[in-house]
Design a binder for this molecule. Sequence first.
Ligand code: TYM
Length: 334
Amino acid sequence: MTKKKLVFSGVQPTGNLHLGNYLGALKNFVSLQKEMNCIYCVVDLHAITTFQNPTELQKNVLETVASFIATGLNPDKSILFNQSSVSGHAELAWILNCVSRIGWLNRMTQFKDKAGSDKEKASVGLYIYPNLMAADILLYKATHVPVGADQKQHLELSRDIAQKFNNDFNCKDFFPLPDPLIPKNVSRVMSLRDGTKKMSKSEESDYSRINLRDSSDEISKKIKKAKTNSEQIPVSLNELEKRPEALNLINIYTEISKTKIEKVLNEMSGKEYSFLKMKLTELLISEITPVGKEIEKLLKDKSHLEQILKKGKEKANIIAEENLKNIREKVGLI
Ligand code: TYM
């Protein structure tokens, strides 16, 4: 029997979404919507694992939904909602906290990065965050999860948790083992200031990232300032791979222009970086600024966005409650 395919993914409402979110996740969300049933979630419970200003958080939830829609998600086709509005996420997370192992969580590199040098001061929520992520996915028995490469380890943990639950409660195949869908070309968009770090909302300098709401001027300034080296663009892929900043810019160009990297290198190699930067700026402006304008437009009608979340919550809750009923039964909760 072939299993019904279902896509689930989530994005944290922690401020402006950027080019990494767009190329690593959102573009994939949109194309999957054409072939499968999809559920996309604004994961506000994940966001509060580090302190969020409550007013800002509410604003950011709406901005994230607006970004979903502006990039092409259709709320009539896919389910769009915010995590805290379906209480099943928190309930299943608790059950999975009891399935997941401390040794597994201790291996999570993202916790080590986010908690920094003083782990004792990190919230417990931040530590058990990957269990909540597993709950998000398993609550819907999702089979496919589009994410950037930074989430790969969390996805592997979700599979381990699903497998252990199926074994512990003697219910083979109860939870499908979710497959990550990670973009091949740009699975990790890097910072414009340091090609060895991923582009991220939390990096202090706004010059490190292209935000979806950046103006043409801002995009142009950021690409102009993007770190490169004084030499010319390398001639071979081998050489390029030794220069993370150049590789990142070429990768972004390759992805947005939908060209093969070899072809881009043919066009660019031996030229000055200013040539690549000029071409990349043009491309980014035509790809990103329409999305930014659409976000601004959508944010003018907050009640429309709230309505979308409300409808999404109702649809998500029906699936979640049905699955939770069976999960509670398996565990022996009356
Ligand atoms: P978050 O909010 O950090 O990022 C949202 C999505 O964007 C991808 N991404 C990137 N891709 C490429 N290059 C980058 N520089 C880059 N930065 C971010 C992320 O991989 C992600 O796909 N834990 C998740 C949210 C989450 C989730 C889930 C995802 C919660 N529950 C269940 C999938 C399924 C996170 O913090 O993503």
